[in-house]
Design a protein around this ligand. Structure first.
Ligand SMILES: [Mg+2]
Length: 364
């Protein structure tokens, strides 16, 4: 069995074709740390740790320090066979730094999948004890926060490209959020799915006011993500009791501990699982199973990250499924892929390579 010989990390800054704007931030690049896990027999597994100051507080520089000083020493010299033990030691190696942990765990599993000749999603399905899946998953596409006419024209453009489900960023101004959503619904018609993400932008009272108004206007909202600040779990539960649209926890739930709290308090109808919040694909598999057992809806999303992170997350979805369509459009926003190979977007689907592992080669 191959042995991990070295771990390398480098910063990538990938330009977007369109600025990405939410209640929390505006960006025109994806800034991420690309991690390469190299084995003694020449295999390279990839993972990435996206910089997300406004949500996780993690940076490229911090992730690089964590990978080099804390995580790499735990994996170099270990056999790929020992992936389960290695993953457990990565998870407990330091506080937080979930993006860095996810990058190294993904790189380890990618190396294992390549070494086994399996697409990443097939390896995960084997681990979960499920049949090997088709290598494609549907995704929504986000429409950046903006004025109603800007949202409407962007929404029409996305639908023309084949996306059947839109995610609207609201929460920037509760007084005009209903008008934004109404403008998009009027522009795209009744058959396109619309979900909202307030990214913590409302108070509990504002959230209920906006959601009640949306319902009264008959705007057909699939779900509302993270209406209130991340640490206000009681507020989230309060909104859920008063809203007749499913409430999804995103920033409130990082890993298994926060998921248990949301289940215990009945604080959400559904949860958005992300590798850069929970620390890697193996924890994501456990969280999706636990949420399903507890009767919660599930979705897998990503940060603004590149094709490596999107491919890993899409592989989780392909392997075990979710109740809601994925939120994996991040790499669609890149002006050009910095990689060779990897996932592609075709009419609202993320198509995964059929080659071993993530099927992506790092840029030179
Ligand atoms: Mg979200």
């Amino acid at each position: 069995m191959p042995v991990v010989g070295s771990v390398h990390a480098r910063a990538l800054s990938v330009p977007l074709h369109t600025p990405f704007v939410t209640a929390l931030r505006r960006t025109s690049t994806i800034d991420t740390l690309l991690v390469e896990v190299r084995t003694d027999d020449g295999i390279t597994g990839l993972g990435e740790a996206p910089q997300v100051w406004a949500v996780t507080g993690e940076s490229v520089a911090g992730a690089a320090a964590c990978v080099q000083q804390v995580l790499a020493p735990l994996i170099v010299g270990r056999q790929l066979d020992d992936w389960a033990d290695i993953a457990a030691s990565l998870a407990g190696a330091c506080a937080r730094n979930f993006g860095a942990k996810a990058a190294v765990e993904t790189g380890l599993l990618d190396a294992l999948a390549r070494s086994s000749g399996l697409p990443f999603a097939h390896l995960l399905a084997d681990i979960a004890g499920l049949p090997r899946p088709l290598l494609e998953v549907p995704t929504d596409v986000t429409v950046s926060a903006g004025e109603p006419y800007e949202l409407a024209s962007a929404a029409v453009a996305r639908v023309a490209e084949g996306f059947g489900r839109l995610k609207l960023k609201v929460g920037t101004d509760a007084a005009t959020d209903v008008a934004r959503v109404a403008a998009v619904r009027a522009a795209v018609g009744p058959d396109i799915g619309i979900r909202l993400d307030a990214n913590q932008g409302w108070t509990p009272e504002q959230a209920v006011d906006v959601i009640v108004a949306l319902t009264a206007a008959g705007l057909g909202i699939e779900l509302v993500e993270q209406p209130v600040p991340a640490d206000d779990v009681e507020g989230l539960a309060w909104v859920r009791q008063r809203a007749d649209v499913p409430i999804m926890a995103d920033e409130t739930v990082y890993g298994e501990r926060e998921l248990e709290r949301v289940i215990r308090l009945g604080a959400a109808d559904a949860v958005n699982v992300k590798l850069a919040k929970c620390g890697g694909p193996l924890t994501a598999l456990r969280m999706l199973r636990r949420a399903r057992e507890a009767g919660l809806g599930t979705m897998v999303g990503s940060m603004m990250e590149s094709h490596v992170g999107v491919a890993a997350a899409a592989s989780v979805v392909a392997a075990v499924g979710t109740s809601s369509v994925s939120d994996l459009d991040a790499a669609w926003w890149t002006a050009a892929s910095p990689y060779v190979g990897g996932p592609s977007y075709e009419r609202g689907m993320v198509k995964l390579p059929t080659t071993p592992g993530l099927g992506i080669s790092a840029p030179r």
